[in-house]
Ligand binder design. Structure first.
Ligand SMILES: Nc1ncnc2c1ncn2[C@@H]1O[C@H](COP(=O)(O)OP(=O)(O)O)[C@@H](O)[C@H]1O
Ligand SMILES: [Mg+2]
Length: 393
């Protein structure tokens, strides 16, 4: 029975208490400047291809540490032809509290890749602090191959989710990568002081265990949340694989730390030639299984892979929404258009049920029918706002 005409399961209190109240961009991609005044309800961005919809989602993705949803070089993001650095500023509303987040290229630095972050006008030492304020999940068309391509993207996908649960995770990953690079350089020089190497490896081992523990914890929570999923958005079963994870079952965390420290020491000779390290959390993978079909996501159809990805992303947002520790945002780039009507409506109902500010894009307004009362509809044309329709209720 295809009776699903409109989004139905919504009461008037579907307004999220948290979200972006105002977004301002300056010299960002196709925008010389943009100012969007909103409340915490969701935002639908429509407009023709190339209008600048994804650019807005990318700007929001810079509210997290990292290089945003396009994994861009920071220098590339600046509007071509502009002599000023780019900047993104957002007012984060959390109940009655508003926090001003500003981030962009550092105007005082000659380094094209140096980002500066301000919270309530105060410069912070590291952008990793952002993870204390915002949790972000996104789905973009580029992620259609998430289950098919290499492990690096799946790790990044998971780590972004972990940021929202564990404030220390971003810093930990940074330190781990920094130590790993330092070790590689020392090994390459060939005359490294063994004691210095040992202390670096001890630090690496400690971070490695903490990184893996944080990932395992979040995978466990996601699996629990996903138990309620079936049908339209299928249940996914997640697990981690890798050398550390293999040890985890039989050894205590302390023993795993010893094991990885010893592995680093044993692999020095080999790592000297191959660079990086043979073992470590930078080699782990996120494995996903379609529970009902009992097959790995990589063997599922393109459509099934997409719905699995949506399930996992919704489960992550759901957990964030319950935790209430950060402002959770969900960015869905060109997702609605690729779902059939039944799934589209189910997605909207789920989003509204989560009480989370979602930012959705699509070329046509028609894909978002049923959301008029609950979301801002912003039409973008040639890099400017052509029209804003505010939610009715
Ligand atoms: N650094 C930049 N400076 C100026 N324009 C840019 C820059 N990077 C991308 N663009 C432009 O942004 C537009 C793409 O915007 P995008 O948000 O991807 O469109 P869509 O609405 O299809 O999602 C393109 O026209 C592209 O040329
Ligand atoms: Mg786009």
């Amino acid at each position: 029975m295809s009776q699903v005409k409109e989004v139905t399961a919504i009461e008037n209190d579907s307004t999220p208490s948290r979200g972006v109240g105002r977004l301002m961009l300056s010299q960002f991609r196709s925008y010389s400047s943009l100012s969007l005044d909103l409340d915490t309800r969701s935002v639908v961005l429509t407009g023709p291809n190339g209008a600048g919809k994804t650019n807005i989602l990318e700007a929001l993705s810079f509210l997290l540490p990292g290089r945003g949803l396009r994994s861009a070089k920071l220098g590339e993001v600046k509007r071509i032809g502009s002599s000023h650095p780019w900047a993104v500023s957002a007012s984060l509303v959390d109940g009655g509290i508003v926090t001003q987040i500003g981030t962009g290229l550092d105007p005082e630095s000659t380094d094209r890749e140096k980002r500066i972050t301000k919270i309530d006008g105060q410069k912070v030492k590291s952008q990793t602090v952002l993870a204390e304020y915002v949790s972000l999940s996104w789905i973009t068309p580029q992620m259609d191959r998430l289950f098919l391509d290499g492990a690096a993207n799946r790790r990044r996908f998971l780590d972004r989710i972990v940021y929202g649960f564990d404030k220390g995770h971003a810093g930990r990953l940074n330190r781990y990568e920094h130590h790993l690079r330092e070790r590689s350089q020392l090994l390459k020089q060939g005359r490294a002081d063994p004691q210095w190497l040992s202390s670096l490896e001890a630090a690496l081992a400690e971070e490695a265990v903490a990184i893996t523990a944080a990932r395992r914890e979040v995978v466990g929570q996601l699996n629990q949340a996903l138990e309620a999923y079936n049908g339209v958005f299928p249940r996914a079963i997640l697990s981690l694989s890798g050398s550390l994870e293999e040890q985890w079952g039989s050894l205590s965390a302390l023993e795993v730390e010893e094991w990885i420290r010893d592995s680093f020491a044993q692999n020095r000779y080999q790592d000297q030639f191959t660079g990086g390290s043979q073992v470590g959390p930078h080699r782990s993978d996120l494995d996903v299984i379609h529970a009902e079909k009992k097959i790995p996501a990589s063997l599922c159809s393109t459509g099934e892979q997409k719905t699995l990805l949506i399930s996992i992303t919704l489960a992550a947002s759901e957990l964030q929404s319950i935790r209430k520790q950060t402002v959770p945002l969900l960015l869905l780039d060109e997702v609605a258009a690729h779902l059939d009507k039944k799934r589209r409506i189910a997605l909207f109902e789920k989003l509204l049920g989560l009480k989370i500010q979602a930012w959705l894009t699509g070329t046509e307004k028609e894909f978002f029918m049923g959301l008029e009362d609950f979301a801002h509809f912003v039409r973008i044309e040639e890099g400017t706002i052509a029209e804003i329709q505010r939610p009715n209720v």
